[in-house]
Every structure is written in structure tokens, then in C-alpha cells.
Design a protein around this ligand. Sequence first.
Ligand code: PMP
Ligand code: GLU
Length: 433
Amino acid sequence: MQRIKKSSYVVNLNLNVRGLSPSATLQINERSNDLIQEGKTVYKLGLGQSPFPVPEIIQEALRRNAHQKDYLPVKGLMPLRESIAEFNYRYQGIKCSPEDIIIGPGSKELIFILQLVYYGELIIPTPSWVSYSPQARIAGRHVTWVPTQEDNDWRLSPEMLDLICQKDPDRPRIAILNYPSNPTGSTYPKMRLKKLAEVARKYKIILISDEIYSLIDHSGNHTSIAQYYPEGTIISSGLSKWAGAGGWRLGTFTFPPNLRWLQDAMAIVASETFTSTSAPIQYAAITAFEDHKEIDDYLYHTRRILKALGNYMATELKDKHLTMPEPKGGFYLFVNFEHYREKLAQKGIFTSIELGEGLLKDTGVAILPGVDFGRQSDELTFRLAYVDFDGINVLHQAFTEYAHKEIDVLFLQKYCPKMIDATEQIRQWLNGL
Ligand code: PMP
Ligand code: GLU
């Protein structure tokens, strides 16, 4: 049979997809891996992937469930939804029933489906995670980026949200609040959450509270905005970040009961698209959301490692006049190179993309430009993911040698050497400008 040449097809992509590139986070990962294959030293601070292993007790649950082979209910396995409802209460004091929960193959897919089924504009602060806006575009929704200020840690302010909604108060809207934040690493105090909740209530905004990093808030004290806006908040979460299980693809949405119509609409789309999330993963996830000391210990140690590393890097980079919010949760720093604008211009570097390319070429440090998070292209901001270390070994050392010692610079030098080197590479590069 003769092969049909690609050129014989009419290139006729849907307008909503035309011109889009693959997601920035995944592109930088593949690019870094290609460079490593070519023999280059690359510091992989691009993709935001947890370096820690999936807790052993959850891996064991997956092994026990390898035989699970049936399609599962569209909204998810009932014992898993029960386990998540109990977990929500235990960790957040959120009372919900298993019926309020839907499981998906990653929260990314659930956020997309929600945007597809609800007809409203999307409101997101700039900077925001790379995928919210392209998803809105694919679904054919309008995006309003809300300006933020660096001296306010790039956080959404209730006043600004109000100002935007005032212009057309009855317009249906989805807003996404993500904290601890990807890309900034900052979070919101209770007072600010209360004020944001008041604005959301005033304009009947459907609020997606993307709390996928909540369990790796470095202080272990995360408060869900669902406490203050229960009737309109959908809590988005999953296993990807706190359990180191990004590739397992399991995400969760917790709905308020009065938005059941929206949850049901999502389930219809799910039933016509992904059917149900992988059966062995759902069975294993029951254990992940149960109350186990192993899991609490794992979280305790991962948090203190991330806290020490984030603080170390922030201090070292600030010392070189880079600015950024204090790391409060997750594993990101959002770094501004504004101080070097003139020197960079002399090297022909005017945009964050050019700076990122230059840094990667000269030092092997891979980071993501602020433009991927909705910032202006000439702003010299970047997201740096502090995740390039051997999570299995680092966790083991924190559990053993450092069980009763504060994680200090010696620990980081010994067990996270690539992170120390990457920081030094950036500092040296700046010295050389
Ligand atoms: N929200 C944020 C802020 C993220 O960083 C990510 C990246 N994993 C997601 C949602 C999606 O996560 P997942 O699909 O793995 O649940
Ligand atoms: N959320 C991760 C990041 O921001 C990567 C996974 C993804 O984008 O789907 O880097």
C-alpha cells in the first residue's frame, strides 16, 4: 500500500489550537533531556516535578492492585472518594460528602473540562501557571489577566479583582486562585483569603482553588479559601506534588453540593472522553488519602527539605541583587533580574526568553521565562524549580542522619550538590556580565 504523504492533507487545524505550542513546562523538560543526551551538564530547574519518591506505603498499595482491570465509575471509585472526603476534613476541616468529589487523570484535565462545560470568562492573576490560559483558549473562553505587584509577592488583590468584576458585574466567571503558588512559591494569609472570598461572593464567581501544593506549604499550615467561600469554591488537588506521583495522573475536585449540576456536566464530558481514571492508581490512592503515620512523616521531612533549599537559594540569589518573594510552599522561586537590565542589554539581551537562552547556553541552568506565566516579554522574570536532586537519597538522609538535626547548608552541599552548583553558576554568570 502506498503511503499518503502528509502534504496531501489539507492543513486545517481548529482555530482555537492553531498557533499554540506544546506546554512550556514539558518543552523545557524535553529540551533539557536532549542536551543531557548530547553529553551536556544541565541543571533541570525547568519542569516542576517532585523529586521525592512516592511513599512506600502507597507504592505497596499499587503493587497489591496491579490486577485491577475494570473500567471504574466515571466520577471515581467510591472508597477513594470516601477516603478523600475524610482527608479533606482531617487536613482542612472541610466537611464534604464523597458525592461532592470527582476523580480525573490529573487535575490539569479536570481544570480543562470545567472550563469547557462552564460558559464564562477565565480570571487569573499574572503570573499564573502555564496551562490555565491555553486551556481557556482551546475551550474558546476569554481570559482576563489580573495585574499584580512584585512588592505584594505577585498575589491577587481583592481590590483589583473587584475592579475587574465591577465593569460587568453579572458576567459569568471562573477565577483560579493557586496557592502555594506555581510560579511564585508564595501563599495567602487568612485575612486576604477572607477578603477575596467576599469579592467572589459579591460577583458569584466560580472559584477554582488550586491547592495542589497545599500539603507542601513549608510551614504545614495551609488554609483553604473554601472555609470562607464554601458555596462557590471547587478545591482542586491530587497526588502529583505532595506524593511525588505526577506520572500516576490522579487529580481530584471537591465541589460544594450546590454546584452538583456543574460536577454532573463534567462527568458527562468525562464519560465521553477519558471514561475513568486508571483503576490500579485509584485503588492505590485510597491509601494515599488515609491517615498513616508513614505519610505524615514523609510530609514532615519533604517540607523541611524544601524549606531549607528554597531559603538557601533565595538568600544566595538575593545577595546578587535578584529579587523574589520569600519561598513559602511548593518548590518554586520567581526571580527578577531587573537589576541587571542595562548590563544584559549590552550583551543584546532584552527579553526573558533571550535571557533564559543565554543562561542555558552559558551555564546549563534551565529555567522558565516569566512570559510563559503571562508576564510581559521584556520583563526579566523567571520561574526556577528547585527540584534537581536525588529525592530518594535526600529523603533517606533527612529520616536518618538528620532526623534530629536542622537541615543546614552542609546537608544541602552533601546531598543536593546540583542545586548548590546551579545557584553558584547563576551567581558567577551575573558576576561576568
Ligand atoms: N496546577 C498547578 C498549579 C500545577 O503546577 C500543576 C502541575 N502539575 C497542575 C495544576 C496539574 O497537576 P496534575 O495534572 O498533575 O494534577
Ligand atoms: N505542573 C508542572 C510545572 O508547572 C509540570 C507538569 C505540567 O505542567 O503538567 O512545571
